[in-house]
Each structure stands twice: as structure tokens, then as C-alpha cells.
Design a protein around this ligand. Structure first.
Ligand SMILES: [Fe+2]
Length: 242
């Protein structure tokens, strides 16, 4: 499946294609295979977002830069950019206080994730303060957070303070039933700012393709373009859905 009619290509805001840093690509061959599969789907821009998660995955700046440099510039591959997937933990808040949250292209927008089972106390206040400070918080896989499954009001308030970026594989049912239901609802309600692959392997790119196929079938080609091409670009420019 490819979308050759696209004027501009797809942008992936969530991806673990850099080798040897976290639970994503294991080696350079796997990284290249992922980029090849993403290009075949229509992605022209890919943001590598290695985990930054205290006590589990905390690759150093040097290791990230090295992995990034070794993968950049392959012919025919999507253009590679750098971001990070920041876990909402102590390291993240220390970095926030120093104004050093790893972000997309070192800009205002940054990707964060929460632990699935517990919504952090004061999450909305933190997000509001970042917004007031000119930052653009981008929430990874909002469909995964259990508190939002039963509290749509909270989901609605959150998506006004941060950009919801849904995992494509969740739309296709690969992350579980409640996650699929939430992911589809956010997309159908227009609450999703973008969708992304969150790919850790070339197999994940295949399941992401099924998510794109669902959007195409359920909401049409314009929604595909909005969620994969225009939406992610708007997020990087600091816009949120109405
Ligand atoms: Fe991720």
C-alpha cells in the first residue's frame, strides 16, 4: 500500500529506528530495513524518538548522536530527524526545570509518555504551564492510559493542552481491545493531532500500515493526509486541534 497522490509525504513523529539505544532496532541493518519499509508506505520524514526512561533506557547524548549519524543520508530513505520519547519521571522534571527536555529538532515540541495505569497528579496543570511557556507537549499513545478509558471528559481536557499522537497499530487492534476502542474514538472525534508508527521493528511498520488502511476505509483519504502529513507538521509548528 502506498499513497502516490500525496503532494507532501507522511511524517512519523514516534519511532524507535535508531539502533542499539532502547528496545527498538537492534542493529544498523534493522534500522535500514525499517526506514525502507517506511519509505515504501509514503513516509518522507521520520523522527527517531529513542526512550528516555530512568532506570530502564537512558541512552547518552553521544550514543544517540552516533546512532543518528550512522543512519542519516541513506539514498531513498526518508529524511531522518531527532526527537525523544520522554517518560514522565524525575529525570524528565529535572530536565524541564533546566529547560533541557529533549525535543523534536531541538524545538518547542517534545514527546512524552505516561505509565499506563496511573494518571499523574497535576498532569493538566503541568501541561498548561508548559503551553504558557511556549512549549508544545505531545502525548504518545493516549489510547494506552487506563484513566482515560472511563473518563472521556479528562481525555477531552488533556487533548486541549497537548497534542494526542495515536499509535497506528492500536487502531488495527494490535495493542488490545480497550486501546483499540480509545484510539479509534480519538481519531473519529477529531481529537487526534496526528498518528504515528511507534515502530520498534520492521514488523511494526507492517502493523502500522493496517492502521493507515483503517483510517482510509473509515474516514477516507483526506483523513489519512490530515493525520499523517498535515497534522504532524502542524504539531511541530505548535498547533493543536480545535
Ligand atoms: Fe515509543
Amino acid at each position: 500500500m502506498r499513497y502516490p497522490a500525496l503532494v507532501v509525504g507522511f511524517v512519523d513523529l514516534h519511532n524507535h529506528c535508531l539502533a542499539g539505544l532502547d528496545d527498538g532496532a537492534r542493529d544498523l541493518g534493522a534500522s535500514r530495513a525499517m526506514l525502507g519499509a517506511l519509505a515504501a508506505l509514503g513516509f518522507t520524514e521520520v523522527y527517531a524518538t529513542p526512550h528516555q526512561k530512568a532506570g530502564q533506557f537512558m541512552p547518552s547524548r553521544e550514543a544517540i548522536d552516533l546512532a543518528f549519524a550512522s543512519l542519516t543520508g541513506a539514498p531513498g530513505a526518508p529524511r531522518l530527524h531527532l526527537g525523544a520519547e520522554n517518560m514522565w519521571d524525575d529525570v524528565f522534571f529535572e530536565r524541564s526545570q533546566r529547560g533541557e527536555i529533549p525535543s523534536y529538532d531541538n524545538g518547542d515540541a517534545f514527546l512524552f509518555e505516561l505509565r499506563p495505569q496511573v494518571m499523574p497528579v497535576g498532569a493538566l496543570d503541568h501541561l498548561f504551564r508548559w503551553r504558557m511557556a511556549g512549549r508544545i507537549p505531545v502525548m504518545a499513545h493516549p489510547e494506552r492510559y487506563e484513566a482515560l478509558w472511563t473518563d472521556l471528559g479528562l481525555a477531552d481536557r488533556l487533548r486541549r493542552q497537548c497534542a494526542f499522537v495515536i499509535d497506528l497499530a492500536a487502531l488495527a487492534g494490535y495493542h488490545g481491545k480497550p486501546q483499540q476502542k480509545a484510539a479509534r474514538r480519538y481519531v473519529e472525534e477529531g481529537w487526534a493531532a496526528a498518528v504515528a508508527t511507534d515502530a520498534h521493528s520492521v514488523e511494526d511498520v507492517r502493523t502500522a500500515a493496517e492502521g493507515i488502511a483503517w483510517i482510509q476505509k473509515r474516514l477516507g483519504a483526506a483523513a489519512v493526509e490530515r493525520l499523517l502529513a498535515d497534522g504532524p507538521r502542524a504539531v511541530l509548528l505548535g498547533e493543536l486541534p480545535e
